[in-house]
Design a protein around this ligand. Structure first.
Ligand code: NAD
Ligand code: LMR
Length: 367
């Protein structure tokens, strides 16, 4: 059995978390031999509900669940964490666009960026899910001067999985028979779900698709799926978002399958002509705990036009939060070179805080 890893989750009493915590504790994220310490963070008023979730975690008697700690502030909650999953934010309601949430959520992410910088493991991997996820991730990253911008990502994996799911449904094949779909840009209605490089059963699928279906049915459906779910459920996607978080972190830590790639929103290094310094979804391969943008995919004029549209939206969002982006981190974000590096082995440090009041479950077993 490995030594445990520490995972912080903000918004831990919310809907996505309710589907996520139990799967992480069951081993779905990092595998059946990886114990986990959960450091759960909520607003003070949601702490009673969080206590209830911790009780339920205990009641599952998960063999991999080493410790659960509950925190009402990010500074304590991020202490020594190897992974940070930032869910906590105000979700979009019916009729709202993601941009409407920008100012409501921006302050949260600048504070959390600083807290990660000051308290997390120096190799922490961060995924932002709370919307508008790309710009929130940029704010967090720009407020963490001692961490690499490549440690901050936002989640487009739900869009990637939606792309696969809809293509599987349309073609009648199993999602596991589909490879090389990509989502570009913002996690918003301007995103570009791209089937031009997709394969089913190892063969290109695009030539066999009706272009009218792709342009007028498939693309808008993926782009607006979040809103479609909100209209139907009265609240935003939760179980599918939790599933996408699992996929995002697992692939980042353990690698993408050979011959395939995934989509992650990362700080742009200028690949495919995308403006540097914004958090943009690219197709990436992951190895050794690092990601790399898939290069040299052929992009036709229609695709490049879609990239420009979603890039323009992200640049606009960035301009709207300019006051929250410290100048000292601008250079590092505008001159980024993303490389695969050998991943450091990350274990939970010795930590003498396990008797603190925040610890609600400690198993004390030898792993
Ligand atoms: P929710 O309202 O059920 O839960 C959010 C939780 O965050 C609440 O419990 C709230 O108390 C907590 N919270 C708010 N501010 C916090 C802070 N500063 N620190 C810690 N906790 C805080 O929402 P949800 O359905 O779980 O969704 C969470 C976020 O994820 C929303 O912004 C939603 O729009 C977004 N989302 C993103 C995707 C994606 O694909 N990127 C998909 C679905 C939902
Ligand atoms: C989604 O894509 O389901 C979420 O981002 C919810 C939303 O606000 O669209």
């Amino acid at each position: 059995m490995k030594r445990p890893v520490r995972i912080a989750i903000t918004g831990a009493a919310g809907s996505i978390s309710n589907s996520l915590l139990f799967r992480i504790a069951a081993g779905d994220m990092f595998g059946p031999d990886q114990p986990v310490i959960l450091q759960l963070i909520e607003r003070p008023e949601a702490m009673p509900a969080l206590h209830g979730m911790a009780m339920e975690l205990e009641d599952c008697a998960f063999p991999l669940l080493h410790t659960v700690r509950l925190h009402d502030n990010a500074e304590a909650g991020f202490k020594n964490v190897h992974y940070a999953i930032l869910l906590g934010a105000r979700p979009r309601g019916p009729g709202m666009e993601r941009k409407d949430l920008l100012s409501a959520n921006a302050e949260i992410f600048s504070r959390q960026g600083r807290a990660l910088n000051d308290h997390a493991n120096h190799d922490v991997k961060v995924v932002v899910v709370g919307n508008p996820a790309n710009t929130n991730a940029l704010i967090a990253s720009r407020n963490a001067p001692d961490l690499s911008p490549s440690q901050f990502t936002a989640m487009s994996r739900l869009d990637h999985n939606r792309t696969k799911g809809m293509l599987a449904n349309h073609t009648g094949c199993n999602p596991t028979d589909i490879r090389r779909v990509a989502v570009w840009g913002n996690h918003s209605a301007t995103q570009y779900p791209d089937l031009r490089h997709a394969e089913t059963f190892g063969m290109p699928v695009f030539p066999s698709l009706d272009l009218n279906w792709v342009e007028n049915d498939f693309i808008p459906r993926v782009q607006k799926r979040g809103a479609e779910v909100i209209a139907a459920r009265g609240q935003s996607s939760a179980a599918s978002a939790a599933n996408a978080v699992i996929d995002h972190m697992r692939d980042w830590a353990l690698g993408t399958p050979p011959g395939d790639f995934t989509s992650m929103c990362i700080v742009s290094d200028g690949s495919y002509g995308v403006a540097k310094g914004i958090v943009f979804s690219f197709p990436v391969c992951c190895r050794y705990g690092r990601y790399q943008i898939v290069q040299n995919l052929a992009m036709d004029e229609a695709s490049l036009k879609r990239l420009k549209t979603t890039e323009a939206e992200l640049l606009e969002e960035k301009a709207a939060v300019d006051h929250l982006l410290p100048k000292e981190t601008e250079e590092a974000h505008n001159n980024l070179s993303i490389r695969l590096r050998s991943g450091a082995v990350r274990y939970a440090e010795e930590d003498n805080d396990d008797d603190s009041p925040a610890t609600v479950l400690r198993t004390d077993r030898v792993m």
